[in-house]
Design a protein around this ligand. Sequence first.
Ligand SMILES: [Zn+2]
Length: 210
Amino acid sequence: MVNELFTPEQLKELQDISKLKGEEQNKKFNEFLKKCTPEQVEALKHQYGGNECPFCLIKDGKLKSSILYRDEKVMVVFDINPASKGHVLIIPLDHEGSIIRSKNYREIMEVVQKVAQAAMDILKVDSINILVGDGANAGQKVAHGYVHVIPRSENDKINLNWEKMDISEKESEKLIKDFSEKLKAVKKIEIKPVKIVKKIKGVKFGERIP
Ligand SMILES: [Zn+2]
């Protein structure tokens, strides 16, 4: 077991490394390896070293899986623990920990949309959940980001309800301030005033009403 071979500090460091992005992660991981005993290196190799990431193994054809779709950036497979019929995972080909921070976010989400539409057509459902669990606290189980597309139907057993959290007025105000300030950096789209031209049956365009 990896856990028994490492000090709590080392485990913490490994956890931090797992949160990093592709290249940065490799760099830090290699630095970490240099400080390890041969025994530790062996254990890590077994767990991470041979590219044990299940999604990378699928991508490289080393783990059997029916790839439903694949392009230069993304692949689509069925979830092996489906919540419903047609529950699929959209997985970027690059081994990146985070979907939210992925450089290929747009390409990933474009495929998500197409897959969701296809699932609706195939399964004749009008409801779908698109879920991204980014980070362990959000339910991410593999250190390689992925997006769930879950077709929904009436009375299915999927439970995505949560209890309302009480947030004080003071906290709310601070959140509004922090979010709006942070989001100022997002490109603004100028909205031009709309000239309302409504056609009314039986009235010629431009005719005065009444
Ligand atoms: Zn991977």
